[in-house]
Ligand binder design. Structure first.
Ligand SMILES: Nc1ncnc2c1ncn2[C@@H]1O[C@H](COP(=O)(O)OP(=O)(O)OP(=O)(O)O)[C@@H](O)[C@H]1O
Ligand SMILES: [Mg+2]
Length: 322
């Protein structure tokens, strides 16, 4: 497996940015009953937010990533403690207010998952400038990962602006976002974008039912200047369109437990492979293994490094004629 993961190869710098992080709380309960107190069977606290999740998955892949985020108040202090434990190199910029708490309730019978996300603190212009500078300084000529939503008051052109700055310093921008954040980012020619089928459909203004439709629209974006488009297709796997060909990888057969975080794990797989200068088809294979590995885990837990070997072996990458 060390071969497939090429742990011996040097890795370029990687920095992730999380402007709207959270403390994630997951409760497992037997059953929620209206107007009654329910006792949790288990409680779990995790640092949350897409950029943080990508950094956690990179750590599992034995890739060191710098992660920058905004924290606030007592929840922010708890988040910083969790980050010290979970990440290699967290960098936090403090603002007024409180970091949000996102709650997941996993009900056993009938099996249902409830999710409530909180509202993050307002980020001052000063704090935003500080976190941007820190992020760009850590990214250097490596990979800058821009994922997830932005907190109230932050302009949705921020990813586009950061992409321009990443490129100006010789780095590679990676974007996993939707709506205006993604729309405006594309113009700045990111190195990788990772929409899912629905997000790509919104971007192109049409429903993408067939794999050929997805490939066609991805190629169109690629011609507009996005170097690689990786479209995740849930249980169907994913597709990667780049300058030297297109590839499709079917997802391995797994027992799905919770797909929460699959997209973030997939981004980590892509970035880890490209930062180690692996071939695009290998990047796709690792990305699908990471995504599906996470889908096989319960709740917010991510794939485990030890499971990747078996998953990678199951994933066949097929070249596409587009
Ligand atoms: N049901 C599933 N079975 C197997 N693999 C899955 C399943 N769901 C997701 N995956 C794996 O995870 C990858 C990413 O999943 P998906 O397409 O759902 O991303 P996403 O919509 O961006 O997810 P997220 O909600 O985390 O943002 C898929 O390409 C696949 O490899
Ligand atoms: Mg996603």
């Amino acid at each position: 497996m060390a071969d497939a993961l090429t742990l011996d190869r040097p890795c370029q710098a990687i920095a992730t940015l999380t402007l709207n992080p959270a403390v994630d709380i997951a409760y497992e309960v037997d059953r929620l009953v209206d107007d009654q107190k329910t006792h949790a069977r288990t409680t779990r606290y995790d640092p949350g937010g897409n950029g943080i999740n990508v950094a956690r998955a990179l750590k599992e892949l034995m890739v060191c990533a710098h992660s920058c985020c905004i924290v606030a108040g007592n929840v922010g202090a708890l988040l910083q403690r969790l980050l010290q434990h979970h990440l290699d190199d967290p960098h936090c910029v403090e603002v007024e207010g409180e970091t949000r708490i996102n709650a997941t309730i996993l009900q056993a019978e009938p099996p249902v998952q409830y999710e409530v996300t909180g509202i993050g603190p307002r980020v001052s212009a000063l704090a935003l400038a500080a976190v941007r500078e820190r992020f760009l300084g850590l990214c250097k000529e490596g990979f800058g990962v821009l994922t997830g939503s932005v907190p109230p008051g932050v302009d949705e052109h921020i990813y586009a602006e950061l992409l321009r700055e990443i490129r100006a310093q010789g780095g590679f921008g990676v974007v996993d976002a939707h709506g205006t954040l993604l729309h405006t980012a594309i113009v700045e020619k990111p190195f990788i974008i990772k929409p899912n089928r629905y997000e790509l459909g919104l971007l192109c203004g049409r429903e993408l039912t067939r794999l050929e439709d997805v490939a066609e629209e991805s190629r169109r974006l690629q011609r507009q200047g996005v170097e690689y488009i990786c479209v995740s297709l849930g249980s169907e796997g994913a597709l990667l369109v780049g300058p030297a060909g297109s590839f499709y990888a079917r997802a391995p057969a797994i027992a799905v437990r919770s797909t929460v975080g699959s997209g973030d794990s997939m981004v980590a797989g892509l970035v880890a492979a490209f930062a180690r200068r692996q071939r695009p088809e290998e990047a796709l294979r690792l990305a699908v293994a990471c995504g599906s590995g996470t889908a096989a885990q319960p709740g917010t837990a991510i794939f485990s490094y030890n499971d990747l070997g078996a998953l990678l072996q199951q994933i066949e990458v097929t070249p596409l004629d587009i």
